[in-house]
Design a protein around this ligand. Structure first.
Ligand code: PAF
Length: 294
């Protein structure tokens, strides 16, 4: 595995692979890698000849009172994991390489609508920080394919929209959320949880599943389902930020045209903000196909 700490090194390494006619898959991360990231890498390896992973804790996507300084940085352990997974190139730039003129005068890429709701309302500027760094990384790496986790479903939807709107010649692939045995979605922030919080945390996924089952059984009073779920989370010790039943394509309210529903939640447990989501097709043919597929 070759490690590149700046754009020039990275571009030389990628150019070399391109000369050999190899295709390139890219997995952008902020490090502190867990099995969820490694599943993205495995998918990347299946899709392309060369896998590039970036590790960059992007200051532009953190709000002033968020955990930028505390965000876990575990480069040595991350490198070992990527090496074991057969990653070809690690791009681990410093802040100066990505924002050489500082962040105040940086051109910003912003996806409207999808980026304004849910986590976009509670973390103002967060998604502009994500889309700005992801477009910079895409321009630096110039991959054929980029892989993102479905755990950050809103982020994945926003990146897909950005790529479509800006005609970026990159295929975006989403990978199903990797979960611990008790259902908790894997996240670099799970490490902040105390043992007692870790015990409670899987309830977020259980509450999402209960809601999905109610909708699958035909219960269609979504406001009631949302407020019941929020109440359950509160009672369990969470501070819910949102629990929302939305159209999976628009992330707006479900309408008669909705084909797939996304149920998305963000909630604090102590100082840790957890997010998760589940989805449900409203097209009976899809349900039938899923049953037939086992
Ligand atoms: O999902 C993440 O880890 C980050 O938001 C990303 C996509 C690497 C951009 O900094």
């Amino acid at each position: 595995m070759r490690t590149c700490n700046n754009k020039a090194q990275l571009q030389t390494a990628v150019k070399h692979c391109r000369k050999e006619g190899q295709t390139v898959a890219f997995v952008p991360t902020m490090g502190n890698l867990h099995q969820g990231h490694l599943d993205l890498v495995r998918k990347a390896r299946k899709l392309c000849d060369v896998v590039v992973v970036s590790i960059f804790v992007n200051p532009l996507q953190f709000g002033p009172n968020e955990d930028l300084d505390a965000y876990p940085r575990t480069m040595a352990a991350d490198k070992e994991k990527l090496f074991s997974e057969g990653v070809n190139i690690l791009y681990a730039p410093g802040v100066d390489d990505i924002y050489p003129e500082g962040m105040d005068h940086q051109t910003v890429v912003s996806v409207p609508d999808l980026g304004d709701t849910l986590c976009g309302s509670s973390r103002p500027g967060h998604f502009d920080g994500v889309t700005t760094v992801v477009s910079k990384l895409f321009n630096i790496v110039q991959p054929d394919t980029a892989i993102f986790g479905e755990k950050d479903f809103q982020q994945l939807s926003i990146v897909r929209k950005m790529v479509e709107d800006l005609c970026m010649p990159i295929t975006i692939v989403g990978v199903a959320t990797t979960r611990d045995r008790d259902g908790l979605a894997m996240s670099s922030r799970n490490g902040y949880l105390s043992p007692e919080e870790r015990r409670i945390a899987p309830l977020l996924h259980q509450t999402l599943n209960t809601c999905r089952e109610a909708i699958a059984c035909g219960f269609d009073n979504f406001l009631q389902l949302e407020s019941h779920a929020r109440m359950q989370l509160l009672q369990a010790g969470f501070e819910p930020d949102y629990f929302a039943i939305r159209d999976a394509r628009t992330l707006r309210a479900v309408t008669d045209n909705t084909e797939e529903v996304a149920i998305l939640a963000a909630a604090r447990l102590g100082n840790t903000r957890l997010i998760d989501n589940v989805r449900l097709s409203l097209n009976p043919v899809d349900d039938w196909r899923m049953l037939a597929d086992g």
